[in-house]
Design a protein around this ligand. Structure first.
Ligand code: NAD
Length: 271
């Protein structure tokens, strides 16, 4: 087998100010790290103060709960105080508690409200305050972390999937609203990505090999691969991309439920 060049992108995010919610773990952490590696100034907002202790020194941290508008406003203000502006907001913090995996008729009302508060209102609160800064600058990019579950569904996810679909529409609506004022808004829809959130539900999903095999590329994704999509969407290379969604899902979304499953012995760890 010959090894052909696969291409390489080097980002330069020098002096750009980036705010990432839920940046202390999983996909959010990979996004913080990728921006920091490309010299951006990164502020991670997370509810989990303890997890934040493991953040690389280059990443600033502010504790906050995205479901509280005052915390969102404080995070945006902190970024501006530190560095004088805000260039990229990544709405990433979301929850999918185990107790939410039930049919609708068994869904606890308090849990529903909590998921709406974090997964939907949290995105709006942070964007509302970020947009005010971006309007004054006449520039900015907002990336909403959605999910493959925004586009197709399964049994026993009466809240997570519908709220993820709303995240896609938030991007489209805000993208349209602010298109003439220099602000781009997009969403990203990952397939299964190797993070603590997915590890916690691996067994319920049939185990790692089974979940990997449902993805045409033959493996689950890496958090760094979602971060790479966020960096591209936030960059000047994506200057004509707004009010749309990008699937980062190893082909999962294209695979019909009627399609023959891949033989399990064709799994690819090396891609
Ligand atoms: P994760 O659980 O590993 O990390 C989520 C982070 O958000 C944690 O650090 C947590 O402390 C923080 N957080 C939770 N509630 C918060 C709040 N109210 N305020 C501030 N921070 C809060 O999750 P992940 O797997 O990295 O997922 C990140 C995003 O990607 C989510 O939006 C999730 O829905 C989406 N997503 C994940 C996958 C996947 O396979 N992992 C697939 C599709 C979409």
């Amino acid at each position: 087998m010959t090894h052909r060049p696969i291409g390489q992108i080097n980002y330069d995010n020098r002096d750009r100010v980036v705010l990432v919610s839920g940046g202390a773990s999983g996909i959010g952490l990979a996004i913080c790290e990728s921006f920091a590696e490309s010299s951006a100034r990164v502020l991670c907002m997370d509810i989990d103060h303890a997890a934040a202790k493991a953040l690389p020194a280059a990443i600033e941290f502010i504790q906050g709960d995205t479901s509280r508008e005052a915390d969102c406003q404080a995070a945006v203000e902190h970024a501006v105080e530190l560095w004088g502006g805000l260039d990229v907001l990544v709405n990433n913090a979301a929850i999918q508690p185990k107790a939410s995996y039930v049919p609708l008729d068994q869904l606890d009302a308090e849990l529903w409200q909590q998921m709406v508060a974090v997964n939907l209102s949290g995105y709006s609160f942070l964007a509302k305050h970020a947009v005010r800064i971006m309007l004054a600058q006449h520039s900015g990019v907002i990336v909403n972390m959605a999910s493959g579950q925004a586009h197709r569904t399964a049994r026993q996810v009466p809240s997570y999937g519908p709220l993820k679909a709303a995240n896609v529409l938030q991007s489209m609506q805000w993208g349209i609203e602010y298109a003439r004022q220099g602000i781009r808004v997009v969403s990203v829809s990952p397939g299964a990505i190797d993070t603590p959130l997915v590890r916690a539900s691996l067994e319920a999903q049939g185990g790692e090999r089974e979940l990997a095999n449902r993805h045409p590329l033959g493996r689950i994704g890496r958090a760094a691969e979602v971060a790479a999509a966020v960096l591209w969407l936030s960059s000047s290379a994506a200057s004509f991309v707004t009010a749309t969604d990008l699937a980062v899902d190893g082909g999962l979304g294209a695979m019909g439920a009627f399609a023959d499953p891949y033989p399990i012995d064709t799994l690819r760890e090396d891609t």
